[in-house]
Design a binder for this molecule. Structure first.
Ligand SMILES: [Zn+2]
Length: 150
């Protein structure tokens, strides 16, 4: 494939070979334009070389990062497995605010969304996540309407 430098050299050859282009004011202008084109080609070479060096450096960093990720993820897996074994047996005990009954539920519900735990004896709410509030209001309104009809 023809490089930019080769194209510029070809153009210089064409201009130099034609006296109407190479002499006088035309010759001066074409000379200036060719000089600028050669400067651009030189700058592009510099950029390409800098890009190659950057690519090599990035590959090294990427390799190092992959190594670190492997090390860290291995440790993380060990930790998670150990942790989940504990979670299987982790239960939370909450005292019902209404009937003082002890309500027991899985600790994982604490980290879920839209959760509401009710006392199995008196149906009072003993725990709910922050995002459950709106639904709870709707439920309460419905309950009031129902009781009005009764
Ligand atoms: Zn209760």
């Amino acid at each position: 494939m023809e490089t930019i430098r080769e194209k510029i050299a070809y153009l210089r050859g064409v201009i130099d070979g034609d006296p109407t282009l190479a002499e006088g004011r035309n010759g001066f202008l074409f000379g200036k334009v060719l000089q600028i084109l050669e400067d651009i080609a030189y700058e592009l070479d510099d950029l390409a070389q800098a890009q190659d060096e950057l690519d090599e450096y990035l590959e090294e960093v990427d390799f190092d990062l992959a190594y670190l990720e492997d090390e860290l993820l291995l440790d993380d897996d060990d930790f998670d497995e150990h942790d989940h074994d504990d979670w299987d047996d982790s239960l939370v005990e909450v005292e019902c605010p209404v009937c003082d009954d002890i309500v027991t539920f899985d600790e994982e519900f604490l980290f879920d969304e839209g959760v509401q735990i009710r006392c199995p004896r008196c149906d009072a709410v003993v725990f709910e996540t922050a995002d459950f509030e709106e639904l709870d209001d709707l439920f309460v309104e419905d309950a009031v309407e129902d009781s009005d009809e009764d």
